[in-house]
Design a protein around this ligand. Sequence first.
Ligand code: UT7
Length: 338
Amino acid sequence: MDNLIEQRPPTYHAVIAGYGSFAPEKTITNDDLAEMVDTTDEWITTRTGIKVRHITTDNETTALLAIKAAKRALAEAKLDAKEIELIIVATITPEMVFPSTASFVQLALDAKKAWAFDLAAACSGFIYGLSIVRQFIESGQIKNALVVGAETLTKITNWKDRTSCILFGDGAGAFVLERADKNNRRGIMYSTMFSDPTRWDALNCQAYGSRYPVGKKLDNPEKIYMQIKGRQVYQQAIRRIVETVTECLEKCNLTLDDIAMVISHQMNARIIESAAKRLKLPDEKVFLNIAEYGNTSAASVPIAFDECVRKGRVKRGDIVILVAFGAGLTWAANVIEF
Ligand code: UT7
């Protein structure tokens, strides 16, 4: 028995060694949208908090955004891409049907040692990715990993649908996670993930998968675009964020005083503010950058984290909660000692 215990792999922690983000240069404002659909800057601002979003040009793709964010995270971590052991790209707007967007990131980085795959969990994808990497690092199986959230949602946006086209933007964010001895920083302390498929039809893009393949006439041509029933998920989003953050605090034996910041997926400023109010989170512990980006799905949390750190609102040693909610439905959180 003693021998067996000795043979167990040592326990490690998965710490954030590097972080970075990238957003395309081109932007589209609420006033631009008001010229395209029946909406106003005032409606969009009061209902969502969004003022402007970054959008890709025809030549800018999901892999391109992912690679730019990944390079920034690697530089911050001072890690040579040749040393990366695992690459996960969380996305619902991949480079192509296959191979994975992660394969293109691996190719561009010349990360020969790595294995790579995509993860489709919509807005929760990046948080799911961190949770997966944590398992591999803590078990001692890998020493490091690159997790990227990258989206080009504006390529599946119906610019004639005012209920959805005002919400989304493009961008990418990345973390480099490294194995640290358990006596060092704790890194990812706690992870929790959920999904509820019964409400899949509230947020989706149905063509072109195996149900609606290319070549089969669509009963509704709009199925090539994102469809969203925002009202149906609004209350769910608030409820799940509150539940998940509460669970994180309880399981980690933490109070709000111990938390430097809750960094939520940026889906709607009103949703985040309502959840924060219910959690009794003071304003200075809630990070919002949706005004400049819109909803960038899997990219939103790492972009927000990167900005938060660069603005000095989160520092090394701080404990932060990353939380997301989105299509699936999916929701998830990680508690991290940065
Ligand atoms: O990351 C997770 C994915 N994101 C989400 O799931 C989004 C969650 N939901 C939301 O953020 C909000 O529900 C929206 C921002 C999408 C909509 O805000 P709302 O306060 O829930 O508005 P609503 O859908 O209840 O619509 C209110 C009114 C409607 O008109 P009537 O029926 O009251 O006459 C809409 O037709 O606002 C109208 N409307 C608009 N008016 C001006 C809907 N979109 C627009 C628009 N401009 N862009």
